[in-house]
Write a protein that binds this ligand. Structure first.
Ligand SMILES: Cc1cc2nc3c(=O)[nH]c(=O)nc-3n(C[C@H](O)[C@H](O)[C@H](O)COP(=O)(O)O)c2cc1C
Length: 174
């Protein structure tokens, strides 16, 4: 599996993925990487050797790993009631996989973290699930929302997060 930390920090999202990671899983962190925005040039719809005209961390390190793995887990913090900009930009940059349907059949999971409780963020989470299900119809990947973790020092929340993590691990048991 490929695990991608989409936070610009190596904190909550990163630690959750580290915890899930098995020996044969690859963890990529997008924290503090040189990442450019999609230019919208659509040159990627032709046959580019490196999939994109941009010369950055996504072109040089992420595309190849994404193509190699059948299962990908994104972890993103909730920012302004949505996925964060790094993950949205990564999805924009997946435009290169559209024409040749290179994501077809892949399993794509999403984990999110945020300050508010899962219940308080329920409508936001549902909107994000709808969004991913929508793009999965164009890219032919199979999407599943794994879980949401609250960013809190409260002991009860920490226990709940620990249980959620274990539930994910047994679900993904390989
Ligand atoms: C710019 C910004 C926007 C945020 N917006 C939200 C939000 O809308 N809802 C929420 O529950 N948490 C929000 N948060 C809290 C983060 O999602 C939370 O701290 C998260 O666990 C950070 O993950 P990380 O440690 O992997 O970076 C926001 C934090 C930042 C910095």
């Amino acid at each position: 599996m490929l695990l991608i930390n989409c936070s610009n920090q190596e904190k909550n999202c990163f630690n959750i993925l580290k915890n899930i990671q098995n020996d044969d899983d690859k963890l990529i962190s997008l924290s503090n990487k040189k990442i450019s925005f999609c230019l919208g040039c659509e040159k990627c719809q032709g046959d580019l050797e490196k999939h994109c005209v941009l010369d950055d961390f996504i072109t040089n390190n992420v595309y190849e790993e994404v193509l190699k793995e059948d299962t990908i887990i994104f972890a993103s913090p909730m920012y302004m009631s949505n996925i964060n900009g790094i993950l949205k930009n990564l999805l924009d940059r997946f435009n290169t996989f559209y024409n040749h349907q290179l994501l077809k059949g892949k399993k794509i999971y999403l984990i999110m973290t945020g300050y508010a409780s899962k219940e308080e963020n329920e409508s936001e989470i549902n909107a994000i699930i709808d969004y991913f299900n929508g793009i999965s119809e164009y890219f032919y990947f199979d999407f599943e929302f794994l879980d949401y973790f609250v960013d809190s020092e409260d002991q009860n929340v920490k226990v709940e997060n620990f249980n959620r993590l274990n539930a994910i691990k047994s679900k993904l048991k390989r």
